[in-house]
Design a protein around this ligand. Sequence first.
Ligand code: URP
Ligand code: ZN
Ligand code: ZN
Ligand code: ZN
Length: 481
Amino acid sequence: GSLLSTAKNATFSSYNFLTLSFLMASLLLKNGRVVTADSDSVCDILIEGETIVSIGRKLAADGAEVIDCTGKIIVPGGIDPHVHLDMPFMGTFSSDTHETGTRAALHGGTTTVIDFVLQKQGHSLREALTEWQGRATGTAVGDYSFHMAVTDFNPGTKEEIKDMVAEGITSFKTFMAYKGALMIDDAQMVGLMQEVKKHGALVTAHATNGDMIDTLIAQHRAQGKLTPLYHYLSQPEVTESEASGRFADIANYTGVNAYIVHLTCEGALNQVRRATERNQRVFVETCIQYLLLDASLYEDEANGAKYVMSPPLREKKDQETLWAGINQGLVQVVGTDHCPFMLAQKLVGKDDFSKIPNGHPAIEHRMELLFSEGVSKGRISLQKFVAVTSTNPARIFGMFPRKGTISIGADADLVVFDPEKKHTISAATHHMNVDYSAYEGWELTGKIDTVLLRGQVAVDGGQTKVGRGYGKFIRRGVTAF
Ligand code: URP
Ligand code: ZN
Ligand code: ZN
Ligand code: ZN
């Protein structure tokens, strides 16, 4: 409802209430099954302006617009902490902008994303941040924040860490692969960790052994082994488990908060298990594709490029490890690593897998895929679903409790799920700016009806209700997990 219609329907009992009603539209979600990471009850949620102001049974509010949520599940807006929007990479740009990517995210119940700013080697963090702000400010539809990828740690960079933390950029991404473009060595890693530790912030890693991968790629190319299958064979499990263990070891030495992004396999998770045996905590993110897709897709030469991402898809046994890891609390986050490229962009590598831009589109379907394949199929509980899609990323990345839960005072970022409704994923109907879906034809159980972002209906019945520029930059604090 607009401010006007809310005001018209209201029964004004006092001047104060009148003033309040004009300033803030109120919205009442009735009789939903409200699920957080640690609660589950049928109740009402009252929203004023951008914020949840009351949660309880039989709430009434004069003049509020009412949404009947009977039979629906209400969860906190999703947080996808791993997306690459409009990112220069491997000679091209990922195909979703901050506008199209955050809009697609909203359609899938993800109200906040954390995007990666990439420092250019030889240049400052500030320059990179300014460039990314230029693309996201005034264009994002959903809320967003930034990680800072440190690709060149030097005395200048060191001085900039505290400035980034002061601006609410409290996570520093490292690449242990992509040598010559993004990779840092162990000397830079230890220096960065020591500096980040001083400010209570977090270091994250793409933990794969870049030198080993580059050697295997060169060997395969020299042997004329150029199909997408060799992308997979150039990044065997050991390249990830070795780097994951090394990252955990250096983090343990420095005492910094550490987080492994897009962990895919048993060997790497076992390195995290080993770290827990010395009482170290290493946060782990996996991504939806590693739970649901496997390496057999690379055997299809014609379509394999769609699944070229790093690390590559793994085996069924790894999927089982990751589901178990979620239930064991070793894997705290399910993100996407959304990094879409059009088929024409992927085709650049049709004769050489090493030229295929790495990445896969999933920002829109993470929540519905995990709900259907995880919750509906009994692999994880609803509480776990909320924890890994929203609450844990909010806590780890310093946005809790403003984001990541349903509580009084929190941003009214809410997802209304119809748990029984079936739907089919297709590139023909998705909102991402990419001309294929990695999940084409998948029939899912559970569909998102309505999404609220900061008290506004952002998506309803498949229609976008908020426009370009509605998304706000979210300044983050440090980890509180
Ligand atoms: O293949 C991927 N993952 N592309 C995006 C960059 C990265 O490594 O996360
Ligand atoms: Zn410069
Ligand atoms: Zn990566
Ligand atoms: Zn990534």
